[in-house]
Design a protein around this ligand. Structure first.
Ligand code: FES
Length: 319
């Protein structure tokens, strides 16, 4: 999150483990004021004690103004923010957050929804289902996890509020037992599909929904440039064609972050390659596409500068 953003102090009112490696945090206002309003699908940025900031979806009911609830997967293989937040904070302690931002909002006019969640990807969808329970629109959740023990909100999803609206599938870590979503997605409909989970699941759903109207398919990923970094990544140069300025982009850094570090901003929202806001015309060079937005026939002429990189030593973009 490279943008300077306003921060808000909140108190950790409650923290508890709700599944294997998944911890739920209830955050309350530090000052005697209500929290900023939000809509289903929103996320906040949370600073952990070591100064890392990570995005977490709000998973409570958007109608609640006195608390934000997040669920954090403690990921020892990650960049350290989630482990620090889980291990080094306690109820009663304070953390700083960014106000809610929504890059995964519910289609206002849609009447039915298909939710596909993998692992910790359930979090934004919990808030969406709570909102839909309140306004009466139809939905079905397909929630894919390794086992019951790895399933956040398992008991709640078994409860009355979600009866008949949820299908849980556990693969026990065996790829041969993965859920076949083709029967769900084979026939396009007026439903809107919302998918949040690991990269492989998002790509599988994207491939299975190529015959749907693109506007009906929505993805959320918290894979930012740092998460998407690969050991083979090398530096490259991005030329901003409108000014002729050349900027070096380091491994683990996004084009967008490198531009910002040099005083050039561009519109963005999800910063994970899923919303389409940072779509930029590619004028020269070859892109290494890491987004879930561009269609194959757009990939020679466009690039998502929040996650994608270059395959050539230099690319030129229309900025
Ligand atoms: S900001 Fe959403 S795709 Fe880049």
């Amino acid at each position: 999150m490279a943008n300077p953003q306003p921060t808000l102090p909140v108190r950790i009112a409650r923290a508890e483990q709700i599944a294997a490696d998944i911890h739920r945090f209830e955050l309350r206002p530090a000052l005697a004021a209500a929290l900023p309003a939000w809509t289903a699908g929103s996320h906040i940025g949370v600073w952990s004690p070591n100064g890392s900031v990570r995005k977490y979806s709000l998973c409570n009911d958007p109608a609640e103004t006195d608390r934000y609830v997040i669920a954090v997967k403690r990921d020892p293989a990650g960049r350290g923010g989630s482990v620090d937040l889980v291990d080094n904070t306690r109820p009663g302690g304070m953390v700083s957050i960014t106000p809610p931002h929504n890059a995964f909002d519910l289609a206002a006019k849609a009447q039915s929804f298909i939710f596909i969640a993998g692992g910790i990807g359930i979090t934004p969808i919990m808030s969406m289902m709570r909102a839909l329970n309140a306004d009466g629109r139809r939905y079905k959740l397909y929630y894919l996890t390794r086992s019951r023990e790895h399933t956040a909100f398992a008991d709640e999803l078994d409860g009355e509020d979600f009866r008949g609206k949820v299908m849980l599938h556990h693969d026990n870590g065996d790829p041969h037992m993965s859920c076949d979503l083709w029967p769900v997605l084979e026939k396009p409909s007026a439903s809107h599909v919302y998918c949040c989970g690991p990269r492989g699941m998002l790509e599988a759903v994207r491939d299975m929904t190529g015959h749907w109207s693109p506007g009906n398919i929505h993805f959320e990923s918290f894979i930012d440039a740092g998460h998407a970094a690969q050991p083979t990544d090398t530096p490259f140069t991005v030329k901003l064609a409108r000014s002729g300025i050349r900027i070096e982009v380091a491994p683990g850094e996004s084009i967008l972050d490198a531009m910002r570090a040099h005083g050039h901003d561009a519109p963005s929202s999800c910063e994970s390659g899923t919303c389409g806001t940072c779509r930029t015309t590619l004028l020269e060079g070859a892109a290494d596409h890491r987004d879930l937005v561009l269609m194959d026939d757009e990939k020679d002429t466009h690039i998502m500068i929040c996650v994608s990189r270059a395959r050539s030593a230099e690319i030129a973009i229309d900025r």
